[in-house]
Ligand binder design. Structure first.
Ligand SMILES: [Zn+2]
Length: 200
């Protein structure tokens, strides 16, 4: 099975247009002219779901791809950053908010698409926590920050930017509906096998 979208991007070495066709299990792309080998591994992303009462925080994307769609605060992990540290950094950069203890929510596969580059797989690590103080200020990549009902997000024609958002939403609803609605602290996802940069 080939993906519906095949696009080209310039070879980093010789500039030849390389046709990107996504196929299951294919992790290598070879330039047809200079044979430069590109490894097409998934890229890690980190995000946070912020709960305030019965609402959760969403951002409306300002830029391509998915401009105007709803998204959770998050983005690509930076090199040498801890996963949770990256999630907190993205939340701070995009909304100005800081949370206390967060729970690890889950890991979700998805796909990101860049015009001229094509689709590549992403692995999305999510945390969840309760809002403490401050109004979110949309910044950076977001046009607006909005509190939306946890129970109804995704209905009434809400355009969610990424497929994995519905899975994370399902898990967030389960998390928020637990009898003890308290953060228990992250499970051990961030084992820090490397020296991580301080992000707080
Ligand atoms: Zn080349």
């Amino acid at each position: 099975m080939s993906a519906r979208v095949a696009t080209t991007f310039p070879c980093p070495r010789c500039g030849t247009g390389i046709r990107r066709v996504k196929k299951p299990g294919r992790l290598e792309i070879t330039c047809p002219r200079c044979r430069f080998l590109i490894f097409d591994y998934p890229r890690p992303c980190v995000g946070t779901i912020v709960i305030k009462g019965d609402d959760l925080l969403v951002l409306r994307r300002r830029h391509r791809p998915k401009r105007g769609f709803l998204d959770y605060p998050g983005g690509f992990l930076e090199a040498n950053e801890s996963l949770e540290g990256g999630a907190r950094r993205e939340l701070r950069e995009e909304t100005g908010l800081r949370l206390g203890a967060m729970d690890f929510l889950g890991i979700y596969w998805d796909q990101y698409f860049l015009k001229g580059f094509g689709a590549f797989p992403t692995l999305n690590f999510y945390w969840i926590g309760r809002w403490r103080a401050g109004e979110p200020q949309a910044a950076d990549d977001a046009a607006s920050a909005e509190w939306r009902p946890l129970a109804t997000l995704g209905r009434r024609g809400d355009r969610l930017a990424w497929k994995h958002m519905r899975d994370a939403l399902r898990d967030a609803r389960a998390w928020a509906s637990r009898p003890a609605q308290r953060v228990t602290g992250s499970r051990s996802i961030d084992q820090r096998p490397f020296r991580s940069r301080r992000t707080k």
